[in-house]
Design a protein around this ligand. Structure first.
Ligand code: FPP
Ligand code: MG
Length: 326
């Protein structure tokens, strides 16, 4: 069973809202490349994890989720999809989810504009929610999006820096992944009129879940084959991404010189050799343990919410994030 089925979330309704973000924009001609590219992109799959988190958050409120909640769910996916367009350009990735990345089809310049449009369209959509009572809505399009960009900037700045600290890695991961997930749960909760305190607890839950997710994502680059990943395995190391497995491997004096020897000009065989060294060290298990710690933090927060019927949905999310092969 898929995650949305276990949670009985109406994914068709979410997908309709996502599509309408572009089809209802009167300024975008229906037969334009912009419109086709976005519809193709959002139709090409994706787990819709962030919209699902908005919907789960909304189950903690006093009101049943309404149109606003679905629009926030769609906005979350649009921001995420826009960020992946840019991410694939930055990472020079040719594949996303096993199909050519958007920039491969449209060219880099058009893809940059499409990503920018999607991000700006979310601001346009959410701008109709005015007034103090609705201020939280803009957290998605303002704070969370800015944090995403900041995290990606930190990652760029830290490429091939083998001296980055664990704290720097965690801060970057928090910015680029965890805070958007946290915001999804919080805005979902506030959209159905939860209390601030409850929404903040859900934010912390989402943040811990997101940290675990990013560490898992970084581990998958070492543990999964290219065909399962839908992108070349080992790309992070090739691109100088000093992720958590590398940070642990660098602590091993026998591995450190080989890792530090990888530069933008390294040959594929050299990178392949270092990948194997890392895979056969204890670094992956150590990174796995940090990911599990975050899941335990999330579980402890969920434990504080056991009086709510939707608590079961947090347990479902925890189980989903604990499974390694997603
Ligand atoms: C995936 O990282 C990328 C992100 C989580 C965020 C990317 C954000 C930007 C590029 C900033 C631009 C944002 C907007 C809204 C215009 P990854 O490379 O670790 O994951 P992957 O394995 O899925 O590629
Ligand atoms: Mg990437």
């Amino acid at each position: 069973m898929k995650l949305h089925e276990v949670l009985t979330i109406d994914l068709a309704q979410i997908n309709k809202e996502i599509e309408q973000l572009v089809t209802r924009d009167k300024d975008v001609p229906k037969d334009s490349q912009l419109s086709h590219s976005i519809l193709q992109l959002i139709g090409s799959g994706g787990k819709r994890l962030r919209p699902i988190m908005v919907m789960v958050g909304s189950r903690f409120g006093r009101k049943a989720p309404g149109r606003r909640t679905y629009q926030l769910a769609a906005a979350a996916e649009f921001i995420h999809a826009a960020s992946l367009i840019h991410d694939d350009i930055i990472d020079d990735a040719e594949l996303r989810r096993g199909v050519p990345a958007l920039h491969i089809g449209t060219g880099t310049l058009a893809a940059v504009h499409i990503g920018n449009y999607m991000s700006a369209r979310v601001i346009e959509l959410l701008s109709k929610y005015r007034g103090d009572k609705n201020r939280y809505v803009h957290d998605l399009s303002s704070v969370a999006t800015a944090q995403l960009c900041l995290g990606e900037y930190q990652q760029l700045e830290q490429a091939f820096n083998y001296d980055i600290s664990m704290a720097q890695y965690l801060e970057k991961s928090r910015n680029k992944t965890a805070l958007l997930m946290a915001t999804c749960l919080r805005v979902g909760a506030l959209s159905s009129e939860s209390s601030r305190e409850l929404a903040d607890l859900l934010y912390s839950f989402g943040e811990a879940l997101g940290m675990s997710f990013q560490i898992q994502d970084d581990l998958l680059d070492y543990t999964q084959a290219t065909d399962v990943l839908g992108k070349p395995a080992g790309s992070d190391l090739r691109h100088g991404q000093v992720t958590l497995p590398v940070i642990f491997a660098l602590r091993d004096p026998e591995l450190a010189p080989a890792i530090r020897g990888i530069t933008p000009g390294s040959f594929s065989a050299e990178v392949g050799h270092v990948l194997e060294l890392i895979k056969h060290s204890t670094a992956l298990q150590q990174a796995e343990a940090v990911s599990r710690d975050y899941l335990e933090q999330a579980a402890a927060i969920a434990g504080q919410l056991s009086a709510y019927p939707a608590h079961a949905d947090l347990q479902t999310l925890l189980q989903y994030f604990a499974a390694r092969d997603h």
